[in-house]
Design a protein around this ligand. Structure first.
Ligand code: NAP
Ligand code: GCO
Length: 267
């Protein structure tokens, strides 16, 4: 009896998986039997640090490369290198992303563009690079890391929300255009996760009190807490495995119920 959730023999490329959500997804994939994890970062120092972290986590079937997801030539070269050194790319997780928290009317065009380039154009570049081989093999999994901001807005994150909203529709369009090749493209929509990206929103105030945003998010989450990156592992394994072969164009929100909840009434 084949376990539909197994990733045995599968190679997964998780962009930006040096730490945070991508690193947690990589660990979950390895636990599900993945053959090789590939990740990419922008700088040598981050690469060495990440390889150390994988080693400390007991993960040896991992290869790291330097590649900026916005650099089309570098991405195409990386995909060729992965094919030569690792083999097929069975699973692509478009995880790499940044956020800039600046009031829109104060945000420079270049700042807005940088978020769009990394969070939306990057996934387009990486997916376009892996699709030809997946089409040839008539099999593949693409998982785009979306966000609460694929559905909701908030002050200061206009570029990020525009990118993540676009990423939701890019996910649906890849599903529509490539489903006939037995390629499933889905999104995973984390809620508020405790990673370096959200650290500024959780830092205690100078007087030692809780960051107001920390209290706000806990009031907006039914469980009253931030989620851990590891809580994304199971849903990501599901979307990467044959268990989800019938799921396509779906955004699987892993938000602890934020999107379903009006928020805890202040006492
Ligand atoms: P993170 O801790 O900031 O990690 C982001 C990773 O992406 C880092 O390894 C970073 O490497 C890499 N990266 C950034 N720009 C890159 C580029 N141009 N090329 C290659 N790698 C690049 O973020 P995270 O919290 O783990 O978030 C991961 C993904 O989940 C992002 O897409 C984020 O938008 C999304 N997300 C996060 C949350 C949350 O609450 N944390 C919730 C929903 C969605 P460097 O060290 O080079 O910057
Ligand atoms: C923010 C946070 C969020 C999270 C995540 C929510 O400033 O509101 O950074 O954007 O990163 O995307 O799902």
């Amino acid at each position: 009896m084949i376990n539909p959730f197994s990733l045995e023999g599968k190679n997964a490329w998780i962009t930006g998986a040096a730490y945070g959500i991508g690193f947690a997804i990589a660990k979950a994939f390895v636990e599900a039997g993945a053959k090789t994890i590939v990740f990419n970062v922008r700088h040598e120092e981050a690469l060495q640090k990440a390889l150390e972290a994988y080693k400390e986590a007991g993960i040896s079937n991992v290869k790291g490369y330097i590649c900026d997801v916005t650099d089309e030539g570098a991405v195409k070269a990386l995909v060729e290198k992965i094919h030569a050194e690792v083999g097929n790319i069975d699973i692509l997780v478009n995880n790499a992303g940044i956020i800039k928290r600046i009031p829109m009317h104060e945000m420079k065009r270049s700042e807005f563009q940088q978020v769009i380039d990394i969070d939306l154009v990057g996934p387009y570049i990486c997916a376009s690079a892996v699709l030809p081989e997946m089409m040839e093999r008539r099999e593949g999994k693409i998982i785009n890391v979306c966000s609460m901001m694929s559905e909701l807005g908030r002050e200061t994150v206009s570029a990020y929300a525009a990118a993540k909203g676009g990423l939701k529709m890019l996910t649906r369009n890849i599903c529509s255009e490539y489903g006939e090749y037995n390629i499933q493209c889905n999104g995973i929509g984390p809620g508020y996760i405790a990673t370096p990206q959200t650290a500024p929103l959780r830092e205690p105030q100078p007087d030692g009190s809780r960051h107001p945003f920390d209290s706000f998010i806990c009031a907006k989450t039914p469980a009253g807490r931030w989620l851990d990156p590891e809580e994304l592992g199971g849903p990501a394994v599901f979307l990467a495995s044959h268990a989800s072969d019938g799921v396509n164009g779906h955004i699987l929100y892993v938000d602890g119920g934020i999107l379903a909840y009006i928020g805890k009434q202040p006492k």
